[in-house]
Ligand binder design. Structure first.
Ligand code: SAM
Length: 295
């Protein structure tokens, strides 16, 4: 076993260097900080201010084994079973996609829309549907931010729904959230919602093999594979969106950086309007806000 430095600052430098050889070298600094915080309670501020802090042998053993897993490609979130999203911690497992920072752009767009339309929901709760809920990070965040809302979360994967339920309990929204196992929107007939959100699997099938090891080996394939062109889920969702979106309602979706125009074409043919393109922090088109026009 490698002798890790016992001094926290020296260990941080060692981890950063070792992790720069991992499958995700861009995450080396953040990963080193997360490992130290999780296993030794040493925060980044501690690292900057208490250069003499030392770690126990037991802590170093844990860190050694975390480092080995990370170098094999396992994401930090999967090692610790937890990922932060919109400032809250969400349990994750092999059955769910780790929540991504990009998806926070969708939350931001929904909350902006809600703020401008809150008056519609002064006398009744907003009704929300999250399609492909995974860890539940989108729907649970929205329920926390929109105190009066009620929601349904659907996923094809039963184990994913169990993780989402665990997160709903953790964030105290179980009384406003119900779960359905089903194929996208097909379970809902003419049941209607004010707001539908979705971050479906949208990677074109042939591109899966080119994904990084930490994605293709650790995120479930059901959360990634969107069929031949990556657009299968959008086709299935748009086909009945008019039945499921209430007047003045909105569909917010996440997509790949080059997909919004093709998705808009699917939507136009089925009578929807692209109200707004949603951009991520890098300026890429990563989602859209859709309405059903005059409905
Ligand atoms: C990209 S992940 C998104 C998870 C979560 N909403 C998030 O943003 O982190 C897509 C989710 O869609 C689910 N899914 C895949 N096929 C589905 C289907 N036919 N019907 C419903 N959900 C499906 C997957 O199980 C997965 O949880």
């Amino acid at each position: 076993m490698v002798n890790l430095p016992q001094n926290a600052k020296a260990l941080y430098d060692y981890l950063r260097q070792a992790l720069s050889q991992s499958h995700d070298p861009d995450c080396a600094d953040l990963d080193a900080r997360l490992i130290l915080e999780k296993r030794a309670g040493v925060t980044y501020i501690d690292l900057l201010t208490q250069s003499s802090a030392t770690l126990s042998d037991a802590q170093l053993e844990h860190i050694q084994s975390d480092l080995a897993l990370r170098l094999k490609g396992m994401p930090i979130a999967k090692i610790y079973g937890e990922k932060e999203f919109w400032g809250r911690a969400f349990a994750v497992s092999e059955d769910v996609l780790d929540p991504r920072p990009d998806t926070e752009s969708i939350i931001e767009a929904v909350l902006k829309w809600y703020k401008a339309n809150a008056a519609h929901y002064a006398s009744r709760p907003l009704r929300l549907l999250d399609i492909g809920t995974g860890s539940g990070c989108i729907v649970i965040t929205l329920l926390k931010e929109i105190a009066e809302a009620e929601a349904v979360a659907v996923d094809y994967s039963w184990p994913a729904l169990m993780v989402a339920r665990q997160n709903a309990a953790r964030h105290d929204v179980v009384n406003r959230l119900s779960f359905v196992q089903g194929d996208y929107i097909s379970a809902f007939g003419h049941d209607s919602f004010d707001l539908i959100v979705t971050n479906p699997p949208y990677i074109p099938h042939a591109d899966i093999t080119n994904l990084s090891e930490s994605v293709k080996n650790y995120d479930p394939i059901l959360a990634l594979d969107g069929g031949i062109d990556g657009l299968d889920p959008y086709k299935k969702i748009f086909i009945s969106i008019k039945n499921n979106l209430r007047p003045n309602g909105r569909l917010f979706l996440e997509c790949g950086f080059d997909q919004i125009e093709a998705i808009n074409r699917i939507g136009i043919n089925l009578g929807t309007n692209l109200e707004r393109i949603i951009y991520d922090l890098g300026g890429h088109a990563r989602g859209g806000e859709f309405s059903c026009g005059d409905k």
